[in-house]
Write a protein that binds this ligand. Structure first.
Ligand code: C2E
Ligand code: CA
Ligand code: CA
Length: 391
């Protein structure tokens, strides 16, 4: 995929594309005015597009030549949208939507080729697809941020509740945006999951988490050689599990850094393994290699117990919701006790996340939860800060 935050500039009067050209990309107008012209209307202007508007998408969507010609009416700046940014989404969309889209485009093409309908076509009124344009721009920014190393990992320590020592970390990704500050993974991971971009991004996240673990482990070996090796929990989403090469790649990364796969926990969110049959082989292969699998957000999905029955997870990560309500809902303590007891009998490890106060930490320790994670102990931190804590 040719991924570049690609802005092109054209002088007034220059041509963007010509009717009949191959449609290899689309554009968003960033600056100035672009005029669209059709031969069939005696070369008259059928639309003029300003900032934030999309052009050249038609040919890209149904893989046909340009129907109209586009010229810079003023000096202009255009953001180039890769064909795959659009086609990938269409491939993933509902077949009915795809069908309707195809039909509409054919109708528009027919209109553009028919003089009699000139009055009906666009004129100076443009279809503004603001939300889609915003998303595509944000996606372009994300591609660039990735190339510029603005996507980084922060690490949140996970504490052994029995003795209070740091047992491991969860790698959480952040986008250090030059203007917006830290962008939440909820925003950009979801976006990356919509395209294949989650694959290269996920591998880079995995790679830097592994590299970091070797540093953390070295420090621990010097300062506290008797404690068990530190582990690293890394989030992996369903879109990554589906990619054939992903598992091979993460095995390679683990070997490259000479990391014991037992020290890597792969966190998969419960709601994403709804179709357990699809992830069964993946999970078996992970276990065979030595990775430990952790069922994230336990208790929030549709079939948590079915997952435990059918898939070999090593760790249960109890969702924050149960921990947050320890003081307000008596039921939550019962649920937590049952999960802790069940995990012990299934020979599984339990991590409780979202622990924000001493009272919750104490109660979770009493009922035998192995590990705790939350603001009460540590917030997610940048590496520099963590290194001083570890030392
Ligand atoms: P998650 O895996 O459930 O991660 C735990 C979230 O809870 C993190 O949010 C963490 O900062 C937050 N948290 C930790 N302790 C506390 C606490 O005491 N109180 C409260 N209120 N929150 C706490 P974050 O970092 O914003 O991540 C959000 C989600 O984004 C993650 O939820 C995970 O699903 C996803 N995510 C983050 N990094 C990655 C990644 O590298 N790859 C993938 N696929 N997903 C990621
Ligand atoms: Ca997680
Ligand atoms: Ca979680």
């Amino acid at each position: 995929m040719a991924i570049r935050n690609h802005i092109i500039t054209l002088k007034k009067g220059e041509q963007v594309f010509e009717a009949g050209d191959e449609a290899d990309c689309a554009y968003i107008v960033e600056l100035g005015i672009v005029g669209l012209y059709s031969k069939h209307f005696k070369d008259s202007r059928i639309a003029s597009l300003g900032r934030g508007e999309l052009l050249g998408e038609m040919g890209v969507i149904n893989n046909e030549a340009r129907t109209v010609s586009a010229f810079a009416e003023t000096d202009i700046e255009l953001l180039v949208i890769d064909k795959e940014q659009i086609t990938k989404r269409l491939q993933n969309s509902d077949p009915i939507i795809r069908g309707v889209m195809d039909l509409l485009l054919r109708r528009i093409r027919n209109l553009l080729n028919n003089d009699a309908y000139k009055g009906l076509v666009m004129d100076d009124e443009n279809i503004v697809v603001t939300e889609g344009v915003h998303k595509i721009r944000f996606e372009k920014e994300l591609f660039q941020a990735f190339d510029d190393n603005e996507i980084i990992n922060v690490y949140q320590p996970i504490v052994n509740l029995k003795d209070g020592s740091i047992a491991g970390f969860e790698a959480l990704s952040r986008w250090q945006h030059p203007e917006k500050g830290m962008v939440s993974p909820f925003e950009f991971i979801t976006l990356a999951e919509e395209s294949d971009f989650i694959i290269p991004m996920g591998l880079k996240i995995f790679d830097s988490a592994c590299k970091q673990l070797t540093v953390f482990q070295q420090i621990r070996n010097k300062s506290n050689p008797l404690l068990p090796a530190l582990f690293m929990s890394i989030n992996v989403s369903a879109a990554q599990l589906k990619a054939k090469s992903f598992l091979d790649e993460i095995k390679k990364i683990t070997k490259k850094y000479h990391i014991d796969p037992n020290d890597i926990k792969i966190e998969i969110t419960e709601s994403q393994v709804v179709d357990y049959k699809k992830v069964l082989t993946w999970i078996d292969e992970c276990n065979a290699f030595g990775f430990k699998l952790s069922l994230d957000d336990f208790g929030t999905g549709y079939s948590g117990f079915l997952h435990l029955l059918e898939l070999d997870f090593h760790t249960i990560k109890i969702d924050q919701a149960f921990i947050k309500s320890i003081d307000t809902k008596p039921k939550s303590m019962v649920i937590l006790e049952v999960i802790a007891d069940m995990a012990k009998r299934l020979d599984m490890t339990v991590i409780a996340e979202g622990i924000e106060d001493k009272n919750s930490a104490d109660k979770l320790t009493q009922i035998g939860v192995d590990y705790g994670q939350g603001y009460y102990f540590f917030k997610p931190m940048k590496v520099e800060k963590l290194l001083t804590i570890l030392r």
